[in-house]
Each structure stands twice: as C-alpha cells, then as structure tokens.
Design a protein around this ligand. Structure first.
Ligand code: GDP
Length: 420
C-alpha cells in the first residue's frame, strides 16, 4: 500500500509533466536516429552500386546522423533549473535545504557561500563535489567538510561548485530539478557575468527576502538586469524568516500587506513580468529554517510541529508547501516549453530536409531506370532486382520519415498540452 501511495504521489507531481515529456521526446529521437542510420546505409549502397547518389549528398546525409546524435545528447542532459538570489543571510541555502528535505548546503554565520553552488542529482549512493575546470570527483563525507571546501577553495565569486547528491534521497533531484545557490547580491557588481554564466537557462528564479526588512536596491537591480536579458522570467518571491513576525503579532497583518503590495508592485509595475493576479500567486511568507527542522523531524517519524520555531507554525508550513506546489507547476511547464519546443521544431526541420532529399533520390532512381530501359542494354537479373529493391526501399523510407514527422508533431504537441 505504501508503494502505491508513493506511486500516486509521484504521478500527481506537476514535475512529471516534464519527466514524461522528456522520456517521450527521447524515445522519438531514438527512433529518428534508427531511421537516419538505416537510411544512410541505404544511400551509401546506392552510391556504391549505381552511383545515383554523389559524394556531397552522402556527406550531407551523414551530417544529419551527427545532428540527430547531438540533439539526443542535449536531450538526455536537459533538466529544470531554479536559481536563488537575495542578500547574504536571507536564507537562500536554508530554502534549498528545506526543499531538498536535508541539510545539504552549509548555512549560517561563517558559511557564506562566496561562489555559485549547484545541487543536482546523481546515480548511486555517494555524494560528491566538482569544482569548475576539473573533472575530479571530490568526496563529500559530511556537511562540515563541504562547508570547508566551499570556503577554503580560492573560488572566485562567479565560479561554480557542483554538488552531486544521490537522486534517490530526494524526489526533486530524482525528477531532474537542478538548484543553483548564488553569493549574496550585495556581494557582487558583476551581475552581467552572473546572469550570462549561470542564469540564462534558468526556468525559475526565486528571490529570497528577509521579511524583517525591506527589499534593497541591490536585490531589485539584479532582477532588473535579469529581465533585460530574458523575456518574462518566472520569478517567485519568498519573504523568509516570517517566524520572526510571531514576536510582534499586533503588526503582523499590516507588515504582511505592506510587503505583499511592494512585492506585487515590483513584479508588475517595475519589472513588468506578470500581471496582478499572477504576481499575487508568486509571493509567499515562509520560514525556511523552521520548514527544514519540521521535515527533519518528519524524517525521524516525529510530527512536523516539533520543528516549530514560533507561534503560527502550521500556517507558515502550509504556505511553504503551497509555494512548492506552484513552483513545481511553473518550472515544469516552463522547461517543457523552452527546452522541448526547440528540439521538436529542429527535429521537424531535419526530417523535412531528409524527406526532400529522399524525394530527389527517388526521382533520379526513376530516371535512371527509364534510361536503362531505353538503352535496352542487357539487364542482368541482379540489377533489375536491385532497382526494384531500391524503388521499394526509397518509397518505404519516404513513408517512414513522413510518418515519423507526423508522429513527432503529434506526440510533442500532446506532451506540451498535457495537463497544462
Ligand atoms: P544565505 O546566506 O542566504 O544562504 O542564508 P542561510 O541559509 O545561510 O541563512 C543564514 C542564517 O539565517 C542561518 O543561521 C539560518 O539558520 C538562518 N535562517 C534562515 N532562514 C531562517 C528563517 O526562516 N527563520 C529564522 N529564524 N532563521 C533563518
């Protein structure tokens, strides 16, 4: 029963839209690759036997094989990417840890991450770490050692440390979500480099604010730069450390509505990335530290409220879960659109090119046959056989490729529309 419940939860996760679309598109490209390889062999045979196809054409067709292989390679590496920004100590690392349900990234005083940290899933049981420009897999024994590695290494603020964490320990990693933690936006002036190097392909941005203060110029500036470079980035705003508001219950409502209004204004009037209704669905009041503590308790089999920091835990915990749900829907849809639409249109244009080339060859085969008949030369059984076979294969290939194009189109549009 437990397995079935787990399976249900997995099937219902919005991330599965991406996971399924990725699988389908991978399968389709697998088929395309088979066809293309088969057709290449056929074309090479045509060249060898009857010289209907010239060298340039053979080379062109072989380039299709490489193109399809390249798309497949990119496809298998496609993932959903979320990047976190905000001032140092607002709780970016804590939010990531809360979402991953484990203390993976070091957080707290003295553990300021002064480079970019990417957490992604890996197969197997062992976590490891890789720094930029090196293929060496460094062991990650514990969080303390990881923290030291991140601090001690002479890392420049825009370099990237990749943390590989066993997929099976976290459902978000298993579903191909990649997390990027950034140095505080107060630390750097190289926003352009940051964005170009680490954010240009992010599907979702999360701005982590400190609910105890107001949004700073640095935090705003960063997102202004982002929205100049990307059209309509998906931005979520977390007003973190909301547990602190429990100390001043008399101001809680007014502070909340003030923050909400400012965040909505920022998304709608300043950045112009969403309308009022959308923006209202993107602003949350949470406590990352508390959520992480609650989840660590849950993992031990305890009730989550044992992790509570202050009065009002349940509301904050629900709000964090609400954020996660909306985040999952958003990232999954966005990644399917941006990543697969491109591949499918490239696939279509590739199959179109191959199709017209085969048409051409087909035509020439016919001319060739007529020519031979006209000349009334002695046709051996073998040649005749080859010709008929050639005609047949060309026709088959055309049909296959034609069907394939239709299939790609149908499947992709189905995958894109599914559950959206
Ligand atoms: P980062 O620099 O933005 O990655 O911030 P960290 O995640 O390292 O958090 C800085 C400090 O704030 C740590 O000591 C966290 O435990 C603490 N912290 C993070 N989120 C919360 C929260 O929601 N409530 C409270 N009370 N403390 C938090």
């Amino acid at each position: 029963v437990e397995n079935r419940t787990m399976q249900n939860a997995i099937d219902k996760s919005p991330l599965q839209v991406f996971v399924r679309a990725k699988k389908k598109i991978n399968d389709i490209y697998g088929e395309i690759e088979e066809y293309v390889v088969e057709t290449t062999q056929f074309i090479n045979a045509l060249h060898a036997e009857a010289e209907i196809v010239d060298k340039a054409e053979r080379e062109l067709f072989e380039s299709y094989v490489n193109k399809v292989a390249a798309i497949r390679e990119v496809l298998t590496r496609d993932h959903m990417k979320v990047a976190f920004f905000g001032r140092t100590s607002n709780g970016k690392s804590s939010v990531i840890n809360a979402m991953l349900r484990e203390k993976i990234l070091p957080s707290g005083i003295g553990h300021t991450t002064n480079c970019f940290c990417q957490v992604e899933g890996c197969d197997g049981q062992e976590a490891y770490l890789m720094t930029e420009g090196s293929n060496e897999k460094l062991n990650v024994v514990n969080i303390k050692q990881l923290a030291n590695a991140l601090c001690q290494e002479k890392l420049s603020e825009s370099s990237l440390v990749r943390i590989f964490w066993p997929r099976e320990r976290c459902s978000l990693l298993r579903d191909d979500v990649v997390f990027v933690d950034s140095p505080g936006v107060d630390v750097s002036a190289n926003l352009d480099d940051w964005i170009d190097n680490h954010c240009i392909n992010a599907d979702v941005f999360v701005l982590v604010l400190n609910a105890e203060s107001t949004m700073t110029r640095a935090e705003k500036q960063f997102f202004h730069t982002v929205s100049q470079k990307l059209s309509k980035p998906n931005i979520f705003v977390l007003n973190n450390r909301w547990d602190a508001s429990a100390n001043e219950p008399e101001f809680q409502d007014s502070v909340k509505s003030q923050h909400t209004e400012r965040c909505i204004d920022f998304l709608t009037k300043e950045l112009k990335v969403s309308n009022e209704k959308e923006a209202a669905e993107r602003v949350f009041f949470v406590s990352a530290r508390e959520t992480l503590q609650a989840r660590l308790e849950e993992a031990k089999g305890n009730p989550p409220h044992l992790g509570a920091i202050a009065e009002g835990f349940q509301v904050r915990y629900f709000e964090f879960q609400d954020f996660e749900r909306k985040f999952e829907e958003c990232i999954s849809q966005s990644a399917v659109k941006t990543k697969f639409e491109q591949h499918s249109s490239r696939g279509k244009s590739l199959s179109g090119d191959m199709c017209s080339m085969l048409d051409n060859i087909h035509e020439r085969t016919t001319i060739f046959r007529n020519l031979k008949l006209d000349q009334k030369t002695l046709l051996t059984e073998r040649i005749q056989g080859t010709e008929t076979q050639m005609m047949q294969v060309t026709r088959d290939m055309k049909l296959k490729i034609h069907n394939m194009v239709e299939e790609v189109e149908q499947k992709v549009s189905k995958a894109l529309n599914e559950e959206i």
